[in-house]
Design a protein around this ligand. Structure first.
Ligand code: GLY
Ligand code: MN
Ligand code: MN
Length: 483
C-alpha cells in the first residue's frame, strides 16, 4: 500500500501486513479462464484516424493520456472518464483502465501505436488486496494485455515501463497537455521545454473530430435512442414528480437511471428546470418543485459505453396543456429551430445556422413589441437587442464531448464550411426572466428551449432526434399519453 493510502486509512481498520497473512491471502486462487477476446467494431476506424494523424505528424512521437481518477473529496473519486482524444484514437471507452497512455512512435512515415496501461498485478501482490484505489480486490479485475491487444488492435505494454519511455522525450514530441498533468510534467522535464507541437496536436485532433465517421454516427444514434427512452421515462412519472417537494430531482434521477442502465452515464449534468428555473440556462441544482401549470425544460443526454453522447432538450407542460402564452413562446422557438434546420447543407458556413435561428427569434420578439429598436437595427451587429432573450448560441458540435472539438480554429468551426458527416445541435430558446421589465407579465418566468441533434447529409441534414415530440401539439399528446 502506498504511504499516502496508509496515512489516509490510519483511523480505520486496514488489511494486516504480517507475512503469514500475506502468504495466506496470496495462495489458493484458481486459474480463471479469460473470456475470448473479440476485436471491437471501432478498431478499423481508430486505425484510420491514427493514419490521418501520422500523415500530419510524421517523425513526431505523440502522447495521448487517458488521465487519472479525479478526486471528488478526500479519498472518494468521480466516476472515471477517459480523455476524449485518448478514446478517439484507441477506441477504449468506459472500461478504460485509469492512467493509461497511448504513445504513437514514428516508424518511417507512419507510427507504431502502443497503449501503456496497468497490467493485472496478480494475486501474489500486496496491491491486489490492500490498495483501495487500484487493487483488483477493491475495484475489480483489469484486462489482460493479450485481451486488450485483440480488442483494440493495439500493442500493449505495462504502465511500469512508461517512465523510461517518457524520459527519452525531446522537442519532437507532442502531448495532449491537459489530459494528465503528471505525464505532461514528465515530458516537459525530459525535453526541457513546452513545445508548440503540443498546441498543434490539440488543434489537429479537434479539427479531425469535426467530421464524424460511420462508427461515430452509429454510436450517436444509440446515444439518442437511449436519451429518447429517458425522456419517455420522465414523462411517464410526472404525477409522482408534481407530488414531491423536489420534483426536479425526481426528473434528474429518472433520466439518469436510464443513462446508467443503457449507457455509461449522462454526458453532462442533467438540467431539470421547472417554471422560472427554465430561464436559468444551466440549472443543474434541480432542487425545486414541479407545479401544475409549469413548463419543464429538460436538457439531458445519455453517454454510451463508447463515450459518445446525445444532447437533447425538450420543454413540456407538466399538466399536458400549454397555456396560450406558453404555446406562443414554444412555437416561436420551434419556428426558429425549423428555420435553422432548413438552411443546413454541405457548403454553408456554420454560423449561418445560428443566423437563421436568430432572424426568427428577433422577428417574434419584435412583433410582440419587446424591442426598443427596429427589427433591422436589432439584427445589425451594433444592435442585437433580441439576444437579451437568448444569450447562448444556437449550435455546437457534438460527439465524444458534449461541446465537441473545442480547440478547432474559428475558421474551421464558427467560420468553417459545413461538411457531410458533421454532427451538431440546433438549440434555440427564449427565456423571459421573472424580473424582466421589457416583457409583459404573462411572459415572465417562461423559458423554452428545443434542442435537436443533427447529422449533415450529402444534400441537407437529418434530424436524429426528430422522434422525440417537438411540435406543441405532439408534446401535449406525448405528455397526455404517458403521464
Ligand atoms: N447541455 C448543454 C448544451 O446544450 O449545450
Ligand atoms: Mn443541451
Ligand atoms: Mn447543446
Amino acid at each position: 500500500m502506498s504511504d499516502d493510502a496508509i496515512s489516509r486509512n490510519a483511523n480505520r481498520s486496514t488489511t494486516p501486513h504480517n507475512s503469514a497473512f500475506h502468504g495466506y491471502i496470496s495462495g489458493d486462487w484458481a486459474k480463471v479462464d479469460q473470456p475470448v477476446a473479440v476485436q471491437r467494431d471501432q478498431v478499423p476506424f481508430c486505425a484510420e484516424r491514427r493514419r490521418a494523424l501520422s500523415a500530419e505528424f510524421a517523425g513526431h512521437t505523440l502522447v495521448f493520456p487517458a488521465g487519472p481518477m479525479l478526486v471528488r473529496s478526500y479519498d472518494t473519486h468521480h466516476p472515471y472518464r477517459a480523455h476524449s482524444a485518448f478514446t478517439y484514437f484507441t477506441g477504449w471507452g468506459s472500461d478504460t483502465v485509469p492512467d493509461s497512455v497511448l504513445v504513437l512512435t514514428p516508424n518511417g512515415t507512419e507510427h507504431d501505436a502502443t497503449v501503456y496501461y496497468r497490467f493485472p498485478a496478480g494475486r501474489g501482490t500486496e496491491e491486489f488486496y490492500s490498495d483501495a484505489d487500484i487493487g483488483e480486490f477493491w475495484v475489480g479485475p483489469r484486462p489482460t494485455p493479450e485481451g486488450v491487444a485483440v480488442e483494440l488492435g493495439l500493442a500493449t505494454r505495462s504502465l511500469a515501463d512508461l517512465s523510461d519511455v517518457l524520459a527519452q522525450a525531446d522537442a519532437s514530441w507532442a502531448i495532449i497537455r491537459e489530459a494528465d498533468s503528471a505525464v505532461t510534467d514528465t515530458i516537459d522535464r525530459a525535453r526541457g521545454t513546452v513545445s508548440t507541437r503540443d498546441d498543434e496536436l490539440a488543434v489537429f485532433q479537434s479539427e479531425q473530430r469535426l467530421v464524424k465517421d460511420a462508427f461515430e454516427i452509429a454510436e450517436i444514434r444509440l446515444a439518442i435512442a437511449a436519451t429518447a427512452a429517458g425522456f419517455d421515462d420522465v414523462v411517464g412519472t410526472l404525477a409522482e414528480v408534481t407530488a414531491h417537494t423536489r420534483g426536479e430531482r425526481l426528473i434528474e434521477g429518472t433520466f439518469n437511471r436510464r443513462a446508467r442502465a443503457e449507457g455509461n452515464h449522462v454526458g453532462y449534468e442533467t438540467i431539470a428546470a421547472a417554471g422560472a428555473h427554465a430561464c436559468i440556462l444551466h440549472w443543474v441544482r434541480n432542487d425545486g418543485p414541479v407545479r401544475d401549470g409549469d413548463l419543464v425544460l429538460m436538457d439531458a443526454g445519455v453517454e454510451v459505453e463508447s463515450l459518445y453522447t446525445a444532447d437533447i432538450t425538450r420543454t413540456f407542460p407538466v399538466n399536458g396543456r400549454f397555456s396560450e402564452t406558453q404555446r406562443l413562446v414554444y412555437e416561436a422557438v420551434r419556428d426558429a429551430a425549423d428555420a435553422a434546420f432548413a438552411v443546413v447543407k454541405p457548403g454553408i458556413v456554420f454560423r449561418e445556422v445560428h443566423a437563421a435561428a436568430m432572424a426568427v427569434i428577433a422577428r417574434y420578439v419584435s412583433e410582440w413589441g419587446f424591442l426598443p429598436v427596429s427589427l433591422d437595427e436589432s439584427l445589425s451587429e451594433s444592435g442585437q437587442h433580441h439576444r437579451r432573450y437568448m444569450v447562448h448560441g444556437t449550435s455546437h458540435h457534438l460527439g465524444l464531448d458534449v461541446h465537441d472539438c473545442p480547440q478547432a480554429r474559428k475558421e474551421f468551426y464558427k467560420e468553417g464550411i459545413v461538411r457531410e458527416g458533421m454532427v451538431f445541435t440546433i438549440e434555440p430558446g427564449l427565456y423571459f426572466q421573472t424580473d424582466d421589465l421589457t416583457v409583459p407579465e404573462a411572459f415572465r418566468g417562461i423559458g423554452v428551449r428545443i434542442e435537436d441533434n443533427i447529422v449533415v447529409t450529402s444534400t441537407g441534414a437529418e434530424n436524429l432526434s426528430v422522434g422525440i415530440p417537438r411540435s406543441a401539439d405532439d408534446v401535449e399528446a406525448w405528455v397526455s399519453r404517458l403521464s
